[in-house]
Design a protein around this ligand. Structure first.
Ligand code: ADP
Ligand code: MG
Length: 239
């Protein structure tokens, strides 16, 4: 196995006026090809900051980040946008679908940015929708689909470029329990097919679905010694 992503000594400091916040304080982590990793932690622990860096939406203040072997920690905005489009499929809490166009039109969008010819885009978008179990919904608009189905469209859109990594930020945060099950089953299936998934969540049950769980607290990954107690504490917070 090879590492899809590798962070070494990643730090992120936000500066607001004279105030500095150390949101990430030296993150070392690797995700291997085909792994399914959940990152969990309480509010304010640095999950979104870490997700933005892993997703190439922002760069670290210090440290290095290798994505599929490329050191992206020094990339400018244009190169970040390029590697995002080529390497990462995003799934967000708010599905972020265009409401006025059909499911397949939503799924084809990343292919337009990637410069894929028109005739190829429709076939690939429909194939991606088939993979998430929506073959019979390709012409439906988001408003004509359930929450779980809308998130499946978003997952199809994340898959359609064949990215190295699927990065999901609280993907079940807006779903009821049935739709949550639906989307988690889909992730399990994609993992089974060799996809690499990083899922960010504050929900213990959702994190438990992944093959590995990392816990972040105060901008640091919690070591194994304290992980069990931390997981218990997080689970306790939900009761
Ligand atoms: P989480 O997603 O786990 O709730 P965040 O990564 O959003 O945590 O935030 C980590 C810390 O960084 C918090 O103390 C937060 O207030 C601070 N922070 C996040 N984003 C910014 C920003 N853009 N500017 C300044 N401080 C920020
Ligand atoms: Mg957050």
């Amino acid at each position: 196995m090879s590492a899809v992503l590798e962070l070494s000594g990643v730090r992120k400091t936000y500066r607001t006026g004279t105030l500095e916040v150390d949101a990430l304080r030296g993150i070392d982590m690797q995700v291997e090809d085909g792994d399914y990793v959940a990152i969990m932690g309480p509010s304010g622990s640095g999950k979104s900051t870490l997700m933005h860096i892993i997703g190439c939406l922002d760069v670290p203040t210090a440290g290095t980040y290798l994505l599929a072997g490329e050191d992206v920690s020094t990339f400018d905005e244009r190169r970040l946008a390029d590697i995002r489009n080529r390497r990462i499929g995003f799934v967000f809490q708010q599905f972020n679908l265009l409401t006025t166009v059909s499911a397949w039109r939503n799924v084809e969008l990343p292919l337009i940015y990637a410069g894929v010819p028109r005739h190829e885009r429709r076939a690939r978008a429909i194939a991606a929708l088939e993979r998430v179990g929506l073959a019979d919904r390709v012409e439906h608009k988001p408003g004509e689909l359930s929450g779980g189905q809308q998130q499946r469209v978003a997952v199809a859109r994340a898959l359609v470029t064949e990215p190295s990594l699927i990065l999901a930020d609280e993907p079940t945060g807006n779903l009821d329990s049935t739709s949550t099950r639906d989307v988690l089953d889909l992730f399990a299936e994609l993992h089974g097919q060799g996809r690499t998934i990083v899922l960010i969540t504050h929900e213990h049950d959702v994190a438990a679905e992944a093959a590995h769980t990392l816990v972040i607290r105060d901008g640091e990954l919690v070591d194994d010694l304290h992980r069990g107690a931390m997981l218990d504490a997080l689970a306790g917070g939900l009761r």
